[in-house]
Design a protein around this ligand. Structure first.
Ligand code: AMP
Length: 614
C-alpha cells in the first residue's frame, strides 16, 4: 500500500488537478519509484513493469512536467511498438496535460497516411509519441526534428525488439542529443535490452516493480497435455468449463487464428479473430468490441494483440506455446491485472513439454522458485454440463425484470404458453439456453490425454493444489484402484444418476461428519461412487455417515473392497437397492457399468433426465 501522495512526489498543481479529476488518488508503486527520480536531472532509468501497472503515468507525468510549453520544438519522444499503444499513450498524456495550455502531444504511426501527421508535426509538437519506423520516415523527411529532445522513452522496449525494431531504435537514439534522459520500460529483461541499456543509457537506475516477473504473483499457470488432433476439442472443453470466461486465445499464425475463430463462431461462441491479414479498420473495430465485452473470446496472434489493453481478462489461452519465453510472459501478463487473479492456460502436445520447463525456470524465480505449472486433466462432459446448467439457472435467477415494460406483453405471452405446465416451461427455457452444450456433449469426441509423468509425480508430491494422482494396477483383467498413501477408499451408494457428483459427496460428508475431514480422490459411477479420506478419519466417517440420509433415503458409506474397488460391496439386506436401482446393480454385474467413467464419456439421455427431474 502506498504511503506517499502525488503532491509529495513533486508534481505541479496543473498536473495534480488533472490526475485528481481522473480519479488517481494515490501513486501506484511504479509511479512512486519512478516519478521523483525522473523529475531530477540526467537520470536514466530502466523500469521493469508491465502494462497495467500505471507505467504510462510513471514516465508521462515527469516528462510533461519537464516540457516547456512556451517552446514549440520537440522536447520528448516516446517510442511504442504498435499504433494502438501509441494512441493510448497519447490519449493518456492529453488527459494528464489538460491544464497545461500550449502543450501538444502528437501521435505518429505507420499503416496510415503520413500527410496528416506531417501537418500536425508542422504545427509544433513538444511531445511525439511514435512507432519507430514512421518516426524514422518523418526524421528523414526533415519533419520530425529531434535536436532539442531532452527525454526519450522506450515503452514496451522488449516488444519493440521482438518486432524487429532494434535497428530503428539504434537509428533514432543516434539522432537525438547525447545528453538526453533515456527511460526504458520493459516487461522483461533480455540480452537485447541489456545491450540497449549499455549502449545508450548513462549511469542508469534499474527499478523493478514487484518481482522481475510481476505476472507470477497473480497468475496461475496451467497446461493441458493433449494429442495434436484433440487440440480444438480440448479448447472447447476448457472454455465450456468456465461459463464466465473472458479470454484472449493466442495462436501462432494468422491462418491458425482465423481457423480457430471460424470454428468457435460456427460452434456458437461469441468469438472474433484478430490478425495482420485484417484491414486496420476491422482490427480497430474488433478490439473495441472486445474491450467493451461485446465479444467474449478474442482469437489473436501475438503481434495483432499488442497494444490491446484490457484489465479484466479471466484467462489467457495459449493454443500451443509461443516460440520464445518473452512472448509467453507477455501473453500471460495480460491476465491477473489490477489486483485480480487470472489463469494462463496452455494447450500443448508432448513435444512442447520441455518448453514448459524452460518457461518455469524464467517465470518462477526468487520467492516463486518453488512454484510450477499445474498439469491439468480436461474436465469431463458431465462436469462441464453441470457447471453450465447451474450457470444458466443462476442467470435466470438474477434476471432483472422490468414489470412495467413487460406488462403490456404478458397477457399475450400467457395466452400462448397457457398449455404448458410449469415443469414444461422450465425444461424449455433451460433447453433453449443450454441446448448447445447438451447436443455437443451428448456426442462429444473422446479425448485421451497422453500420460504426463510430471502430472502424476508432482501430484503425488502434492504440488498442484492437493489433487492426488490416480493409482491403478491391473489385477485379473480388472482395474484395481489403490487408495493414495495415507488414505482409505470408501464406497457410497449414490451415483451420478442420483445427481451425486463431487460437490454432493463433499457436502453430505461435511454435514454428517463432525470436524473437518479432507476428501481426496473421488470416482463417480452412475449408481455408486468411491471417495478417499485420510486413514485416521476413515472409521469415524463410516460411523458418522451411518445416520446420513438424502430425503428419507438412507445413504450407505462403507469400506470399498480392498482387492477390487470397482466391485460394489454386497449391500446388507436392509439396504437392498430400490427396484429402479436393482436394474443398475444387475447391469453392473454384467460388467457394463463396473468401470469408472472414462475420459470423453458421452452425456446420456439418462443423465439429462437426472438434471431435469432432480
Ligand atoms: P498503464 O500501466 O499505464 O497502462 O495503466 C493502467 C491503468 O491504471 C490505466 O487505466 C490508468 O489510467 C490507471 N492508473 C494509472 N495510475 C493510476 C493511479 N495512480 N491511480 C489509479 N489508476 C491509475
Amino acid at each position: 500500500m502506498s504511503t506517499s501522495t502525488f503532491q509529495s512526489l513533486g508534481l505541479r498543481d496543473e498536473i495534480l488537478t488533472a490526475i485528481a479529476e481522473l480519479g488517481y488518488e494515490t501513486p501506484m508503486p511504479v509511479q512512486e519509484a519512478v516519478i521523483p527520480y525522473l523529475l531530477g536531472d540526467h537520470n536514466d532509468v530502466i523500469a521493469l513493469a508491465q502494462t497495467g501497472t500505471g507505467k504510462t503515468a510513471a514516465y508521462g507525468l515527469p516528462v510533461l512536467q519537464r516540457v516547456d510549453a512556451e517552446r514549440r520544438t520537440t522536447q520528448a519522444i516516446i517510442l511504442s511498438p504498435t499504433r494502438e499503444l501509441c494512441l493510448q499513450i497519447c490519449d493518456d498524456l492529453r488527459d494528464y496535460s489538460r491544464y497545461l495550455p500550449g502543450l501538444h502531444v502528437v501521435p505518429v504511426y505507420g499503416g496510415t497516411s503520413i500527410e496528416a501527421q506531417i501537418r500536425s508535426l508542422k504545427k509544433g509538437a513538444q511531445i511525439i509519441v511514435a512507432t519507430p519506423g514512421r518516426l524514422i520516415d518523418l526524421m528523414n523527411r526533415g519533419v520530425a526534428q529531434l535536436d532539442q529532445v531532452e527525454n526519450v522513452v522506450l515503452d514496451e522496449a522488449d516488444e519493440m525488439l521482438n518486432m524487429g525494431f532494434s535497428e530503428s531504435i539504434d537509428e533514432i537514439l543516434a539522432g537525438v542529443p547525447a545528453d538526453r534522459n533515456t527511460l526504458l520500460f520493459s516487461a522483461t529483461m533480455g540480452p537485447e535490452i541489456e545491450r540497449i541499456a549499455k549502449s545508450y543509457l548513462h549511469d542508469y537506475k534499474e527499478i523493478v516493480i514487484g518481482s522481475r516477473n510481476e505476472g507470477a504473483e497473480h497468475v496461475n499457470h496451467v497446461y493441458y497435455l493433449v494429442k495434436a488432433q484433440d487440440k480444438y476439442a480440448a479448447l472447447k472443453r476448457i472454455v465450456d468449463y468456465y461459463p464466465r470466461i473472458y479470454a484472449i486465445i493466442f495462436c501462432r499464425t494468422r491462418m491458425e487464428t482465423q481457423e480457430v475463430a471460424d470454428h468457435l463462431i460456427r460452434d456458437g461462441y461469441n468469438a472474433e479473430a484478430l490478425h495482420g491479414d485484417l484491414a486496420q479498420a476491422q482490427r480497430d473495430l474488433t478490439m473495441q468490441k472486445f474491450r467493451q465485452h461485446c465479444t467474449q473470446f478474442l482469437v489473436a496472434t501475438d503481434v495483432a494483440a499488442r497494444g490491446l489493453d484490457v484489465d479484466d481478462l479471466t484467462h489467457v489461452i495459449n493454443y500451443g506455446l509461443p516460440d520464445d519465453i518473452e512472448s509467453y510472459i507477455h501473453r500471460s501478463g495480460r491476465t491477473g491485472r489490477a489486483g485480480k487473479r487470472g489463469t494462463s492456460i496452455s494447450i500443448i502436445h508432448v513435444r512442447e513439454k520441455s518448453k514448459i520447463r524452460a518457461i518455469e525456470r524464467v517465470i518462477f524465480t526468487g520467492e516463486h522458485s518453488d512454484r510450477h505449472f499445474e498439469s491439468a486433466q480436461l474436465p469431463e462432459p458431465d462436469e462441464i454440463c453441470t457447471k453450465q446448467l447451474y450457470h444458466v439457472i443462476d442467470q435466470f435467477e438474477h434476471v432483472e425484470v422490468d414489470d412495467d415494460q413487460i406488462a403490456a406483453f404478458l397477457p399475450e405471452v400467457n395466452r400462448k404458453l397457457a398449455w404448458l405446465s410449469r415443469e414444461d416451461l422450465i425444461k424449455r427455457l433451460v433447453t433453449a439456453e443450454f441446448g448447445r452444450f447438451m447436443r455437443y456433449y451428448a456426442d462429444a469426441p473422446e479425448i485421451v490425454q497422453p500420460d504426463d509423468r510430471s502430472t502424476r509425480e508432482s501430484r503425488r508430491e502434492g504440488k498442484n493444489g492437493g489433487e492426488r494422482g490416480k493409482r491403478e494396477a491391473k489385477g485379473g483383467g480388472k482395474t484395481v484402484h489403490v487408495a493414495e498413501e495415507g488414505y482409505r477408499r470408501l464406497f457410497i451408494n449414490r451415483g451420478k444418476r442420483d445427481h451425486f457428483f463431487a460437490r454432493e459427496i463433499i457436502n453430505i460428508v461435511n454435514r454428517y461428519v463432525k470436524g473437518k475431514v479432507e476428501i481426496g480422490r473421488i470416482d463417480l459411477l452412475p449408481t455408486i461412487a468411491f471417495f478417499e479420506v485420510p486413514e485416521e478419519s476413515a472409521e469415524d466417517v463410516i460411523r458418522m455417515m451411518a445416520k446420513a440420509k438424502v430425503g428419507d433415503r438412507r445413504v450407505v458409506v462403507d469400506w470399498a473392497d480392498r482387492e477390487d474397488t470397482d466391485a460394489r460391496p454386497a449391500p446388507r439386506r436392509a439396504e437392498r437397492p430400490a427396484p429402479s436401482r436393482r436394474r443398475n446393480a444387475k447391469e453392473k454385474s454384467r460388467g457394463s457399468e463396473s468401470k469408472p467413467e472414462r475420459k470423453g464419456k458421452k452425456f446420456s439421455k439418462e443423465d439429462w433426465k437426472q438434471f431435469f427431474n432432480s
